[in-house]
Write a protein that binds this ligand. Structure first.
Ligand code: PMP
Length: 369
């Protein structure tokens, strides 16, 4: 950014001196820093998307379906197939990435004079969403090993009485999924004040067996919202499609703040085609989970401290100089994430080859430092 010229603008006070979200986008052989699926989009899915988008192109003189009805039906069907629930299209909302979905939630339920709470270290965008809607941000605390305990989470919510609480499960950057008892305890606490509870399940599809989704708690909990995205397990980060499931009245609330026709005909067509090929697109999830578990076990053997992961990435500590390790990996063509926690890095589980090059490079770094 051109700092001096920016300073000359009559910018909102709270934006002065701030930095935008900026995970590096560096074109290297192994891009393992933003938790995308690194496998290519399968050829038949590319063809199906191209066909649907071509059909949409014929209608581009008209505004798209403002209610994205077909897409909502397909998203409900997709979640029902995963969970065995019977969610209806009225319970589904979507946006250009779960980032936009989250912004809609905060526009409706937070805003000026209100507050948003999450529990760092967690997704770095939460305080930025809060800032963007003129809300106060409250940083809750975690227990040892970045864990969250039901009584403690509920007590912090009762103490601060925020308007929106965001739990991230599996959590970015630590990778751990929450036990449903934490979500239940948080819900009991939000019911006592003017609060909505959001569970961000961007990485939900990568959970270890036996960790259920918070979607199973939606029934009779009208203040609970579960967000998902097609950017991770679905291998569609470039398609920009995030979504949520909640009570139908929540989607009515979000309709009040969304911009008209926020999901383009092209986005709707691409997402619908991808959902028709969900099984094929998600075929790599098991392979990614295998590489994730391999990373955890091999980093442990190297004497590092990886955290248990329910996501498509691994957060690990035990480095004397995380920045030097990050640079060594980058010099070898491997981009991982420095999340600003001393001695720690986060790496996305990619293909077997990418994982091998990451582990080999890190091993060499540890031996020669
Ligand atoms: N939530 C979490 C926890 C994330 O890590 C991310 C992306 N890194 C998002 C939401 C946003 O993803 P998108 O907007 O691509 O759906």
């Amino acid at each position: 950014m051109t700092e001096s010229r920016l300073e000359a603008l009559p910018l909102r006070e709270e934006l002065k001196g701030q930095s935008p979200y900026g995970a590096p986008q560096i074109d290297v052989p192994a891009m393992l820093n933003v938790n995308e699926t690194t496998y290519d989009v399968p050829a038949d899915v590319i063809d199906a998307i191209a066909k649907e988008v071509r059909g949409a192109a014929e209608t581009l003189n008209r505004y798209p379906d403002r209610e994205f009805t077909t897409l909502r039906q397909k998203l409900a069907g997709h979640l029902n197939a995963e969970t065995g629930l019977e969610l209806s299209a009225e319970q589904i909302w979507a946006g250009n990435g779960s980032n936009e979905v989250m912004q809609h939630i905060l526009q409706a339920f937070a805003g000026p004079g209100r507050s948003v709470m999450s529990f760092p270290p967690t997704y770095s965008m939460y305080p930025l969403y809060a800032r963007g809607v003129y809300s106060d941000y409250i940083a809750g605390t975690r227990g040892p090993g970045y864990t969250q305990d039901p009584e403690d989470v509920a007590a912090q919510i009762r103490e601060h009485r925020p308007n929106v609480v965001i739990l991230c499960s599996p959590n970015n950057p630590t990778g751990t999924a929450l036990d449903l008892s934490v979500v239940e305890a948080a819900y009991a606490a939000v019911e006592e004040s003017e609060t909505m509870l959001v569970v961000d399940e961007a990485y939900g599809e990568f959970r270890q067996p036996g960790t259920p989704s918070a979607l199973s708690l939606l029934e009779s909990r009208p203040r609970l919202i579960v967000t998902r995205t097609m950017s991770k397990a679905f291998a569609l980060a470039g398609g920009r499609l995030g979504y949520l499931a909640a009570a139908p009245e929540v989607t009515d609330a979000l309709r009040l703040v969304r911009l008209p026709y926020h999901l383009s005909a092209v986005t709707q067509a691409a997402a619908c085609a991808a959902l028709d090929h969900a099984e094929n697109l998600m075929a790599n999830v098991e392979r990614i989970k295998t590489q994730r578990d391999r990373i955890v076990s091999e980093l442990t053997t190297m004497g590092l401290q990886p955290y248990p992961s329910d996501a498509n990435f691994v957060f690990f500590g035990g480095l004397e100089d995380a920045r030097a390790a990050w640079q060594h990996l980058l010099d070898d063509g491997i981009l991982v994430r420095d999340v600003g926690i001393e001695g720690h890095l986060r790496v996305t589980a990619g293909t077997e080859e990418e994982t091998t090059s990451f582990l080999t490079s890190l091993q060499a770094y540890l031996q020669h430092r």
